[in-house]
Design a protein around this ligand. Sequence first.
Ligand code: NAD
Ligand code: GLY
Length: 359
Amino acid sequence: MKTVIVNLKERSYKILIGSGLLRRINDFIGSLGDMEKIMIITNPPVFSLYAKGIENQIRKNYKVTTAIVPDEERAKSLKWAKFLYDKMVKEKMERGSLVITVGGGVVGDLGGFVASTYMRGIPYIQVPTTLLAQVDSSIGGKVAIDHPLGKNLIGSFYQPKQVIIDSDVLETLPEKEFKNGMAEIIKMAAIRDKELFSILEKKLYTISQDKVLLNKVIFRSCLHKAKIVEQDEKEKYLRAILNYGHTIGHALESLGKYHTLTHGEAVLIGMFLAAEISYKTGVCKKDVMDRQQNLIRLLGLPGKRLSFSIKKVMEAMERDKKVKKGKIRFVLTKDIGSAIIREDVPGEIVSSVIKNFFQ
Ligand code: NAD
Ligand code: GLY
């Protein structure tokens, strides 16, 4: 097992990474001190696959109840948050009780949000079961539900007490979801880790089959995320580099009403274009753009030709949270493993790059 520590003074916590960790969950919970009552939050497929087994183990040592929310983004809503609050009140959950989220980013964001607000905050552990949740959403304390007018609009920064990453659970993860997580790993390598980027270039296809390599890739991604969160927990500046590929990506995702493209596909297109913008603005050399675009093609650049107008894409970017005082914030790569934030990217370069891609 490998451990990454997220060092945030009194809110520090460990990310535990390895194979077979779920079998040891009682030891990990025990290391956090006395917990009397535990509520597991999960969804139907993950309950059958993993959370039921976790519940059976935990029952030996603790009083446990399980809450099951729908398996869709719609679970990140006030309706399902209320469902969880109601259950917590009924079960007499207290400040000293513990929430364990078992699932992907949807369950983690919703469960973390509810834990952050119930009784002004009770402890929670993240057990992420998608690759995306393991390398990204379970770390760093961004918890949220959606508003009908926008994703993640109601939320807070609320760090978990522990993150338990068992890579064995990825064996049941559909390929499409694995790819979503790989898109975020490529992002992390592009902005932070040249060596990881080279590993991905050489071994992208073998990662899902090679446990040692998979654990290494997850570990390195978590380590980088932890270091970024330690330096800028509330996204005042540095943490925004995690939005590499997301400026255009989020615009495409929202224009497609979250159905046309998966988040990973949108981020892959977003990074493909951000690399080109980095080159066209003179921020990086051609080779830096080419290597990123080749790796993205290797994972699978979505071939779908979308029918959004450039105007609509630009407008959607302007509506996004990444706009500061009317200026669109772009993350660009200077080199492989090195990113900068720019707010002065000429609109003509952005629109011509998007236009070329979709024509
Ligand atoms: P998800 O939670 O919807 O999970 C994807 C699918 O995989 C679901 O159908 C789920 O039931 C299934 N699944 C989960 N684990 C499985 C397993 N081991 N085997 C088989 N199936 C499994 O999607 P996601 O990509 O994990 O998360 C997306 C959410 O994360 C979005 O709501 C996004 O806003 C959020 N997010 C949050 C952050 C953050 O920092 N908090 C970062 C990125 C994304
Ligand atoms: N996923 C972006 C962040 O955690 O800041």
